[in-house]
Design a protein around this ligand. Structure first.
Ligand code: GLY
Length: 562
């Protein structure tokens, strides 16, 4: 009786505000979960002003470009999955593009090798940014509030500054002390007098504020035309980059049909190529669905074995078939995401022994592990899932001091050496070779799971290739094991990506006995730190309440609701 009274009290309380219990935030009217509390608050403020989930997403994305510079950005790109209340899910692809002057062999020297990681660490590694165009397209098609209103919170954060968090303060010190940091980054956290911004001291970004003001005033053109575009092109010329005024003027974000899968009666909406996230995760869910799941407890040897084998098969197909759909017109997406195909893949899993990843076959090259995800829901129930990135943490580390933002190094996500596929994970297959105006293959996997047309789980993560797997396992945790979102995010994760043939598992979260049994089956098990940094919102239809959680590995992350 007493606990029922408490429950009732909580429900009434949450009608008017939000509440955080055991790392989960509960709210009735709307929520934003992102890698930075100020950015989540900026999104919720927009919801409170009558904005919808798209408006809140645009405001959160711009705010993250100020408060979470490692991955929040206007100089990179990403993906948005949108499930409005009418059920017509859609996606926006604002992935960066190769410049017009790019070519499949642009990173190779006379010996046919890529010298000095120039596909990651040079101005040549910068792709034509897509973020501003993507946010503008989302606003134009689905937003409610004026564009300026959505950029305003970010401008205010950049002009007024905000107290440097402990995590940002430490990052700024590491950047300044590192020999490999670029001059632009070393200056990034300095005050006008040249001294470093201290912990809790207000960090202001006046140059970034000016760029954001041009974007606020002129929309997409504020970035891709005029002063900003001219400055970007001038920067490229003096620093060995190849992005031109024409590249910027031509850039457009694209609305694409989502990958629509089902799993145990739930609908799964995720990103189509040029992200590999949706196809690969859907294929893996379809494989898992074939198993007699009632008999397989979470974290058991049988469970981990099955999940590894699903990943092995999903990632093999990813490497072989996926790339930019505007250049690869015959990708077999229907087959790769079909239940019949999953049945075949499931049937060749040996229940007692690991399969072998054939090094004659494929995997994907290095892709970065710093990216950021945010999840949003508004009071009507419209849901948005956005993952965007600069590729590596702080991208290329390059930028123009008068523009105040960091350029991506996304060109490193293309296959760098045509025809060269190695067992350590570099591939050279055609679908993801460089071509002018082509988008590089991604692993980003913003996802919305729906039940009876309503969003049930809005989730995503950074982490390069691990993104697909950490989101996949969080979906399994919610649907198969009824875990609340916070628990599902924190629960043990593994990562296998076909090649190299290694399973990484979160140390301390998997029992040594289980690891031993998996090794006896032929799995190459390697203990790893935390996998993923998930941001999720879950809907409890029975009690009509949203619960949100930001991964404990995100030092500044926060679920904010109202
Ligand atoms: N740059 C990481 C990804 O797109 O997957």
């Amino acid at each position: 009786m007493f606990s029922r009274l408490i429950h009732y009290f909580l429900l009434v309380f949450i009608l008017f505000t939000s509440i955080t219990i055991q790392a989960q935030t509960y709210a009735r009217n709307g929520m934003v979960v992102s890698d930075n509390r100020l950015a989540s608050e900026a999104g919720v403020a927009i919801l409170k002003q009558g904005g919808n989930a798209i408006d809140a997403s645009v405001a959160t994305a711009f705010a993250l470009a100020v408060t979470h510079p490692a991955a929040g950005n206007i100089g990179g790109g990403g993906f948005m999955v949108y499930l409005p209340t009418d059920g017509n899910a859609t996606t926006i692809d604002f992935r960066e593009k190769a410049p017009l002057a790019a070519s499949p062999t642009m990173f190779l020297n006379e010996n046919g090798v890529v010298p000095d990681r120039i596909n990651h660490d040079s101005a040549l590694a910068i792709g034509v940014p897509g973020t501003v165009a993507g946010l503008y397209l989302a606003h134009k098609k689905y937003g409610k509030l004026p564009w300026k209103t959505l950029v305003e919170p970010a401008i205010k954060l950049a002009i007024d500054g905000f107290p440097l968090t402990w995590a940002l303060y430490n990052e700024s010190k590491v950047i300044r002390d590192s020999e490999s940091s670029t001059a632009f980054l070393k200056n990034y956290f300095l005050k006008p007098d040249g001294s470093p911004v201290d912990f809790k001291e207000s960090w202001k970004q006046p140059e970034l504020a000016k760029t954001l003001e041009l974007i606020a005033a002129n929309g997409q053109d504020g970035f891709y035309k005029g002063k900003v575009a001219q400055q970007i092109a001038a920067f490229m010329k003096t620093n060995g980059g190849i992005i031109s005024i024409e590249d910027l003027a031509k850039y457009q974000a694209v609305e694409r049909e989502p990958i629509k899968g089902t799993f145990n009666g739930y609908d799964i909406y995720s990103m189509p190529p040029p992200s590999s996230g949706g196809v690969t995760m859907t294929a893996m869910l379809n494989i898992i669905e074939q198993a007699d799941l009632e008999t397989i407890p979470f974290n058991s040897t049988a469970y981990v074995h099955l999940v590894i084998e699903a990943m092995r098969r999903g990632f093999a197909n990813r490497a072989e078939y996926l790339g930019d759909p505007d250049f690869n017109l015959n990708m077999p997406l229907d087959r790769l995401t079909s239940k019949e195909y999953a049945k075949k893949l499931f049937n060749n899993i040996d229940k007692n022994n690991a399969s072998v990843s054939n090094p004659e076959k494929f995997s994907h090259p290095y892709d970065g592990d710093d990216t950021t995800h945010f999840s949003v829901v508004d009071n009507a129930g419209n849901a948005v899932s956005v993952t965007y990135t600069l590729e590596q943490s702080y991208g290329s580390g390059l930028g123009d001091s008068t523009l105040g933002f960091i350029f991506n190094n996304e060109m490193g996500d293309f296959n760098p050496v045509p025809g060269e596929t190695t067992s350590n994970g570099q591939i050279g297959t055609d679908p993801n070779l460089i071509a002018p105006e082509k988008r590089m293959l991604s692993s980003m996997n913003p996802t919305i799971v729906a039940k009876d047309g309503k969003p049930f789980l809005i989730v995503g993560s950074p982490g390069g290739r691990t993104i697909i797997n950490t989101v996949f396992q969080t979906v399994l945790n919610a649907i198969l094991y009824d875990m609340p979102v916070g628990q599902g995010i924190e629960a043990m994760k593994i990562h296998h990506q076909w090649l190299p043939d290694v399973t990484y598992y979160e140390m301390d979260k998997l029992s040594p006995d289980t690891v031993e049994q998996l090794e006896a089956m032929g799995h190459n098990m390697k203990a790893s730190n935390q996998l993923g940094r998930l941001m999720g919102i879950q809907y409890d239809a029975k009690n009509n309440i949203y619960s949100g959680a930001s991964d404990s590995s995100s030092p500044d992350g926060a679920a904010v609701g109202y």
